[in-house]
Design a protein around this ligand. Structure first.
Ligand SMILES: [Zn+2]
Length: 180
C-alpha cells in the first residue's frame, strides 16, 4: 500500500494536535474541511477521492490534510459506533477500550478507503488482459491489517465512506442540473 496507508498508521495523538495548528489547505479544500467540521464529510471525501491524480497526491502528500481528515473521521466513527452500541462504555476501562476501538476502526477504514488498491495490478484487476490472480479481478487489496471484530466494523465503515462520498456526488450533480 502507498503513502496514505503508511501515513495514517504512523499518526499519533501528539502530531494530530500539531498538524491542526499548522494546517494549510487550498481554498476549495478549506471549504470542504469547513463543511466536514460541521458534520458533513461528503464534500471533503468526494474531493479527496475524485480529485485528479495531481491534487490527490498533493492532498495525501500534505500530512496536515490527512491528520485533519483522520481526526474528523475518528469523531464520526465514534458517533456511529456509540449509536450502534458496538461495545459497552459503562466503566472507565470500557470507555477506554471503546475509544481505542473507534480509533482503530477509523484509521483502518480511512487508510483502506484512500489506498486499498491491489498492488500487483494497481487496482485495475487485470494482469496482461486476464483477471489479476492476486485480487481475482476485483482490483482491491486484501484488508490485512484488521481481524475479527475490528475487521467487520472496518469493512462497514469503508462502505460508509463510499456511501458518504457517493451521495454527496449525487446531490452535487442534481444541484448542477437544477441550475441549468
Ligand atoms: Zn490485482
Amino acid at each position: 500500500m502507498g503513502f496514505a496507508d503508511r501515513y495514517v498508521h504512523a499518526l499519533n495523538a501528539t502530531n494530530l494536535k500539531d498538524d491542526e495548528r499548522h494546517g494549510q489547505a487550498e481554498p476549495l479544500m478549506a471549504s470542504a474541511f469547513a463543511a466536514a467540521a460541521t458534520g458533513d464529510l461528503g464534500p471533503l471525501l468526494h474531493r479527496v477521492k475524485f480529485a485528479d491524480a495531481l491534487s490527490r497526491k498533493a492532498f495525501e502528500g500534505n500530512p496536515a490534510n490527512l491528520a485533519q481528515l483522520l481526526r474528523l473521521w475518528i469523531a464520526e466513527v465514534t458517533k456511529r459506533g456509540r449509536a450502534r452500541h458496538w461495545v459497552p462504555e459503562n466503566t472507565a476501562w470500557d470507555a477506554d477500550a471503546a475509544q481505542k476501538l473507534y480509533r482503530q476502526v477509523a484509521e483502518h477504514s480511512l487508510a483502506y478507503w484512500l489506498d486499498g488498491k491491489c498492488e500487483p495490478c494497481g487496482g485495475t484487476g487485470l494482469d496482461e488482459k486476464r483477471a489479476c490472480k492476486c485480487c481475482s479481478g476485483t482490483g482491491k487489496a486484501e484488508l490485512s491489517m484488521a481481524a475479527g471484530f475490528v475487521r467487520e466494523h472496518t469493512l462497514n465503515m469503508v462502505s460508509e465512506l463510499h456511501n458518504i462520498a457517493d451521495s454527496h456526488a449525487a446531490r452535487a450533480a442534481s444541484r448542477l442540473r437544477s441550475v441549468r
